[in-house]
Design a binder for this molecule. Structure first.
Ligand SMILES: [Zn+2]
Ligand SMILES: [Zn+2]
Ligand SMILES: [Zn+2]
Length: 164
């Protein structure tokens, strides 16, 4: 499995660029597919884009509630579902939480690197055509539909803070 580590989530970077590019991708996608970019949908994406961290649906709901978007859970859940379906938000199964996509312009198979030190989630993309999992599945005659690619460990700055 070739993992592309062009992600900057673990390094100092101009985060405004991440925010702008994902919001622009969202606007373009809604226009192209004739989907409505409602204030709640936009706000949910903005909240997730604040940090490269996964947020639980409940935390997103709390934020919306605090900002006066109403306190009905379905509103937040539906907005999250909408973005997951659109591919601009990913669900991190291990954390049962959501992150905004870091590679919105590409059709991709994300690999999530979850730092257990600072909770940062970096998204890389993987070429799965040559992965060990695919080969094992092929050998078993099994057709893979979904794989969860989440790895947990320490990001570069947390490794420095806790030397082995
Ligand atoms: Zn960023
Ligand atoms: Zn993504
Ligand atoms: Zn870390």
């Amino acid at each position: 499995m070739k993992i592309q580590t062009d992600t900057s989530s673990f390094r100092a970077h101009i985060h405004a660029h991440c925010v702008t590019s994902t919001l622009q991708a969202a606007e373009a996608l809604c226009e192209e597919k004739k989907l409505r970019l409602t204030p709640v949908r936009r706000r949910v994406l903005e909240v997730l884009l604040e940090h490269h961290r996964a947020m639980g649906a409940y935390d997103v709901l709390e934020r919306l509630r605090a900002e006066g978007f109403g306190s009905q859970p379905p509103v937040a859940y539906r907005a999250l579902d909408f973005w997951v379906g659109a591919g601009l938000v990913h669900k991190i199964q291990k954390l049962n939480a959501f992150v905004a996509c870091a590679h919105p312009s590409s059709g991709h198979d994300p690999v999530f690197m979850i730092c257990r030190g600072c909770d940062t989630v970096a998204e890389g993309t993987a070429d799965l055509t040559d992965s060990a999992v695919e080969r094992a599945a092929l050998a078993a005659g099994f057709r893979v539909e979904t794989t969860v690619r989440e790895v947990e460990g320490l990001c570069p700055s947390c490794q420095k803070a806790t030397p082995q």
